[in-house]
Design a protein around this ligand. Structure first.
Ligand code: URA
Length: 313
């Protein structure tokens, strides 16, 4: 590759970063210095230096939810088999891939769920129930203590046959009021993240591990996860996406039965243990990105993997 091609490649990459940062509302670009010096040039990426093009997201994010914990023990089945490597993605030169994610012994057996189609075994047959069946079964849920403080159940929404599913932790205050997932500040960032890879919310399915808001946005407790997770597993079995992006620790740990923290899990494709043919890609929770905007670069790397994965389907 001659110098000109190399320069063109660098410029293309910088523009891609610039677009992503702008869409994700980054206001401080100090750490863009890690890129080649050509990166911050007003001729190449004027938007990086134009305050009018910057958004205000990273300004003093109130701790909407306590910082995701590095480790939240989740019960469930441990998988001794190492997941198969991710598909070779077009244009991808190297994929960081952990063949062996340390899996702790299960703390509790996989909860028994009422659906006959999500059991202890990996599922290869399509389920016959619908999302409406699951919502009906959830009812005015009182299976854990959260019923007494919530306003609305937040079941999930989106395309029931989506190829991509996003799974968060639990509703926050805005979601609790509206009965819809990811509509507050973190949700708005999530929407921009989705749009940055040329998708819309309508095309994907979005759900949380917990369907009821924990008071004061505290972290989900184990009994709450145990009570609620079966409904999420059933939603996944119905939607049967090709890829699930888990947002943060609780979602990742709930779906992959691991205690390994998001920092080590993110950006790595895993097999979803309960339904054949579904991959899981953990990434940071958008609420965490609001508090730690320097992590947006890694989130963007993960989003590009999502985009490339979907492209090659
Ligand atoms: N955080 C989540 O994990 N889920 C939501 O729906 C909103 C904020």
């Amino acid at each position: 590759m001659d110098e000109r091609d190399e320069l063109q490649q660098v410029v293309a990459q910088v523009l891609e970063y610039a677009r992503f940062y702008r869409e994700m509302g980054v206001t401080d670009i100090a750490d863009i210095g890690a890129l080649p010096p050509v990166a911050v040039s007003s001729t190449i990426a004027p938007e990086l230096t134009r305050p009018d093009l910057r958004q205000q997201d990273s300004a003093a994010e109130p701790a909407a939810r306590p910082a995701p914990r590095e480790s939240l023990s989740m019960p469930g089945k441990s998988t001794s088999k190492a997941p198969a490597p991710p598909p070779n993605l077009p244009g991808q030169t190297s994929v960081a891939y952990m063949t062996k994610v340390p899996t702790p012994p299960p703390l509790l057996p996989l909860p028994v769920v009422s659906s006959p189609t999500v059991g202890l075994q990996t599922q290869s047959e399509a389920t016959t129930e619908t999302l409406e069946d699951i919502r009906r079964d959830l009812g005015d849920c009182k299976r854990c203590k959260l019923w007494s403080t919530r306003t609305n159940i937040v079941f999930g929404e989106g395309n029931p046959t989506a190829t991509l599913m996003l799974v968060g932790e639990a509703p926050g205050a805005d979601e609790d009021q509206a009965g819809r997932p990811f509509i507050g500040r973190a949700g708005q960032l999530l929407t921009r993240m989705i749009e940055s890879i040329e998708l819309s919310r309508d095309e994907i399915y979005i759900a949380n591990v917990l369907k009821s808001r924990p008071p004061d946005n505290r972290n989900p407790e184990r009994d709450e996860m145990l009570a609620c997770r079966p409904f999420l597993l059933r939603q996944i079995a119905v939607v049967r996406p090709k890829l699930i992006v888990t947002l943060g620790n609780p979602a990742t740990q709930a779906l992959l039965d691991t205690k390994v923290g998001i920092t080590r899990m993110r950006g790595i494709f895993h097999d979803y243990p309960y339904v054949d043919g579904i991959r899981v890609l953990p990434t940071f929770h958008p609420a965490y990105l609001l508090r730690s905007p320097d992590k947006k670069r890694e989130a963007w790397e993960d989003l590009k993997k999502v985009r490339d994965f979907l492209k090659q389907l």
